[in-house]
Design a protein around this ligand. Structure first.
Ligand code: IPE
Ligand code: IPE
Ligand code: MG
Length: 230
């Protein structure tokens, strides 16, 4: 069988939860509950496929604009997931969190740190969850970090900035998947996905199944990446 070209790093914008709920005359939060289930399934499948790293966009720096009760519901689902992760000792997934954690609650931050540490020796897929993440914010924080460490103008290079981003040490994004029919990046991994292949899909995130990831991977394998060359 022909060997499939798999992306090393997949980015997924988990979008469409609200519309999924609306179609069913359910509250938006019901869409987030179903979206969290789709996330678990998708992560499991990525791990089974042996994907090196997958980053899920869970909450953007702009999502604070939503009604407080929706924000609270999303944070609660996130917290439940962390509790579940903390209870699973046999799993080989390495957990990582990106984004600015400072406005998150103390218990949430503690759980994120705990799960990161507890899974740090795992050798399987890296699951990176973006919470209060914005690509612009990531770059601004990285540059601030360099300036604070005394970097001169010449010290600011693509490499030195990359090393300060939340994704330091991870490969650049190869495949970026956005379900829900929207065709935009919404401030996700804007630096890291500079040369990613984008796959936009009409499925709403809560309906996203293994077969949808297969379709995106097939599309990726068909693309001809040139990186500016010929
Ligand atoms: C994505 O689904 C979840 C978050 C942004 C947290 P949405 O809630 O944006 O769903 P739509 O886009 O309104 O359908
Ligand atoms: C992007 O979705 C953020 C996440 C999925 C976490 P949004 O629903 O917030 O994006 P826009 O507002 O449609 O661009
Ligand atoms: Mg949306």
């Amino acid at each position: 069988m022909e060997e499939k070209i798999l992306p090393r790093h997949i980015g997924i914008i988990m979008d469409g939860n609200g519309r999924w709920a609306k179609k069913r005359h359910l509250p938006r939060t019901a869409g987030h509950v179903q979206g969290a289930r789709a996330f678990r399934k998708c992560l499991r499948y990525c791990a089974d496929l042996g994907i090196e790293c997958v980053t899920f966009y869970a909450f953007s720096t702009e999502n604070w604009k939503r009604p407080q009760e929706e924000v609270d519901a999303i944070m609660k689902l996130f917290s439940d997931y962390l509790d579940e992760g903390l209870g699973m000792s046999e799993d080989d997934i390495r957990m990582k969190f990106i984004g600015d954690p400072s406005p998150l609650s103390e218990p949430l931050k503690a759980k994120m740190q705990d799960l990161t540490e507890r899974s740090s020796a795992n050798k399987g897929t890296i699951c990176c969850i973006a919470v209060n993440y914005g690509g612009r914010d990531d770059i601004v924080r990285a540059v601030r970090c360099l300036v604070r460490s005394g970097a001169s103008a010449e010290d600011i290079t693509e490499e030195s900035v990359s090393e300060q981003l939340d994704t330091a040490g991870l490969p650049d994004v190869d495949l970026l998947i956005r379900p829900s029919g929207e065709q935009r990046i919404s401030n996700f991994l804007i630096w890291q996905a500079a040369y990613a292949e984008y796959v936009f899909m009409d499925v709403l995130w809560p309906d996203f199944k293994e077969k949808d990831l297969d379709l995106a991977l097939e599309e990726y394998a068909r693309r001809n990446r040139r990186f500016g060359g010929i």
